[in-house]
Design a protein around this ligand. Structure first.
Ligand code: SF4
Length: 287
């Protein structure tokens, strides 16, 4: 991936998603930390539904420690791994009170020492809450980076992050993280990416592969259709006629096709399918 290509990708996703932002609702660094912790293996939408009431009931680390673990579990039970997450929230709140005066630390290293907070969560917190440039690599960022060839298919999450940090100007790290998430969430989805209308198809190895596969699939379908037509009653009768000479009407039609075989013969079906598909393939590659 060279700098020019990367610039093209960054500018294109910026045009597509000018309002990309953190979709986890929060009012302060503490709520953001809790929201990101809850979002592991869960959609932002579900987290927002839960935190809409959670953040009214629990406003500070003390609030989370003032209830039995079971009550907190119950308050977040709509979220996957809720037992683990509830336990981590209480442990995290204990540490915030004991070591940081109830505040979320600003240092990346300190954040990653908190229970339930990994590198990705810490990146989201420092970049969104404290304006420190960072690229958090979640499932969307990883998938899109690999499809576009920004990262290699077998790169680890950390390797993807390092490649992005090298290719994206530092002042654009945070916004690029949001744009890549929007691009992956709403356009280059895990299932059914919109390659046929993608403005990045010209630079995307995965998209080109998918479009070629789609053309091949279409070819197979056309051939199947042609075969089905061939065994229809009219064709079967034509087959019985064996080597019968083409009627004048058929010969005329053949001429009109400019050298194509007379319609009705299997060869003509295949030939015409090939013509159609060649045109389609041409169109697909130029799309
Ligand atoms: S061409 Fe397809 S795979 Fe590539 S970025 Fe666009 S939508 Fe994703």
């Amino acid at each position: 991936m060279n700098a020019t290509k990367m610039r093209h990708i960054l500018d294109t996703i910026a045009d597509m998603f000018p309002d990309a932002h953190c979709e986890l609702n929060h009012r302060n660094p503490f709520e953001l930390t809790i929201a990101v912790l809850l979002s592991a293996q869960c959609t932002d939408e579900t987290v927002n539904k839960v935190t809409a009431t959670l953040f009214e009931k629990y406003r500070s680390p003390h609030d989370y420690l003032n209830v039995p673990l079971e009550e907190l579990e119950n308050d977040i039970r709509r979220i996957g791994l809720f037992r683990n997450k509830a336990a981590n929230i209480q442990k995290l709140c204990r540490i915030l009170i004991d070591r940081y005066d109830g505040e979320v630390p600003r240092e990346h290293a300190a954040l990653t020492e908190l229970p339930g907070v990994g590198r990705k969560t810490a990146n989201v917190v420092v970049s969104n809450a404290f304006d420190v440039p960072a690229i958090a690599v979640d499932t969307h960022v990883e998938r899109v980076s690999k499809r576009l060839g920004v990262a290699k298919p077998d790169d680890s999450v950390l390797e993807v992050e390092k490649r992005l940090m090298k290719l994206v100007p530092r002042e654009e790290w945070t916004i690029t993280h949001h744009r890549l998430i929007f691009f992956g969430r709403y356009h280059c989805k895990a299932q059914g990416p919109k390659c046929e209308i993608c403005p990045l198809l010209d630079v995307c190895p995965e998209g080109k592969k998918r479009m070629k596969a789609a053309v091949r699939q279409s070819e197979r379908e056309q051939l199947e259709k042609a075969k089905t037509k061939k065994v229809g009653p009219a064709k079967a009768n034509a087959g019985k006629a064996g080597n019968a000479k083409p009627t004048p009407a058929k010969a005329k039609a053949g001429k009109a096709l400019g050298g194509a075989k007379a319609p009705g013969s299997a060869e003509a079906e295949r030939t015409n399918v090939r013509h159609d598909d060649a045109a389609r393939a041409q169109g697909g590659e130029n799309a």
